[in-house]
Design a binder for this molecule. Structure first.
Ligand SMILES: NC(=O)c1ccc[n+]([C@@H]2O[C@H](COP(=O)([O-])OP(=O)(O)OC[C@H]3O[C@@H](n4cnc5c(N)ncnc54)[C@H](OP(=O)(O)O)[C@@H]3O)[C@@H](O)[C@H]2O)c1
Length: 252
């Protein structure tokens, strides 16, 4: 049987590590040609080599999506070089935790620029392509999957601005979902709990020390990739709007 995503094209932001890398590999396994966007070219090239080694198609896009022009160019190059765009996985993100009082402003700027503006720049550039794919594509449906977090559902002491960015992703996704539902562009929100990736490693040493005991059991990036793959492989009449996914032992 032909893989479900055969003939479609997916762009994954933050594809150089963690959830994005696992998702790009999983979508390629389902037959999608994948565009891999992030800043670390060597990581993207290694992933592309694995995908093409298995007979898939991968396009490396070295870019910083906090720069609007680079974000738009990543989307445009995907459509131009792979021929179309059916699926956008808005995954790139950064999580810089710690108290609000006394926090370095640069950390807030970095989170808002990537988790909010980077996501918006990619969404803005991708929407015309996704709507066209939903109209004319082989599956007659297209997908935008935005990666939020458990922190996008509940704000807690110590995750104020990260939560702010993820609540924003949730609000944007739900509004856009309602706007484009009848045009068969499905907009989904994925809210992972603790997942073993590089995400926490960018925190200041004192923050790392204080959060060390917060994260017990973790999921693997492949667990989240599996949820994303489930979403984008549903038949045309089924839209998985939201997935909250935690390690079994994670209470909140
Ligand atoms: N891990 C968790 O526990 C967890 C839980 C909930 C939600 N999430 C969310 O899941 C998403 C993926 O995170 P992850 O856990 O897989 O962490 P990760 O391994 O640190 O991945 C983050 C990705 O974002 C990319 N990135 C960072 N800055 C970028 C920029 N300016 N332009 C383009 N790409 C950029 C990174 O690549 P480069 O450095 O090469 O650019 C990397 O590929 C994030 O949105 C995160 O908030 C993660």
């Amino acid at each position: 049987m032909e893989p479900v995503l055969q003939g479609t094209v997916a762009l994954v932001t933050g594809a150089s590590s963690g959830i994005g890398a696992a998702t790009a590999a999983a979508l390629a396994d389902q037959g999608a040609a994948v565009a891999l966007a992030a800043r670390r070219r060597d990581r993207l090239e290694a992933l592309a080599a694995t995908i093409t080694g298995k007979g898939g198609t991968a396009l490396v896009l070295e870019c910083d999506i906090t720069d609007q022009r680079q974000a738009a160019s990543a989307v445009d190059r995907t459509a131009a070089e792979l021929g179309r765009l059916d699926t956008l996985i808005n995954n790139a993100g950064v999580m810089l935790l710690g108290p609000i009082v006394g926090a370095p402003l640069a950390e807030w700027q970095q989170m808002v620029e990537l988790n909010v503006l980077g996501l918006l720049y990619c969404a803005h550039a991708a929407l015309p392509h996704l709507l066209r794919a939903a109209e004319t594509g082989p599956r007659q449906v297209a997908d935008m999957v935005n990666i939020s977090s458990v922190a996008g559902r509940a704000a807690r002491n110590g995750n104020g601005v990260y939560s702010l960015t993820k609540f924003g992703a949730g609000a944007f996704s739900e509004s856009l979902r309602q706007e484009v539902a009848k045009r068969y562009l499905r907009v989904s929100l994925v809210e992972p709990g603790a997942t073993a990736t590089e995400l926490a490693s960018h925190n200041r040493p004192e923050v790392l020390e204080s959060i060390r005991n917060q994260f017990g059991q973790t999921m693997a990036a492949e667990d989240i990739a599996g949820a994303i793959t489930y979403i984008v492989t549903r038949p045309r009449h089924v839209a998985v709007n939201e997935v909250l996914i935690r390690p079994t032992e994670q209470e909140r």
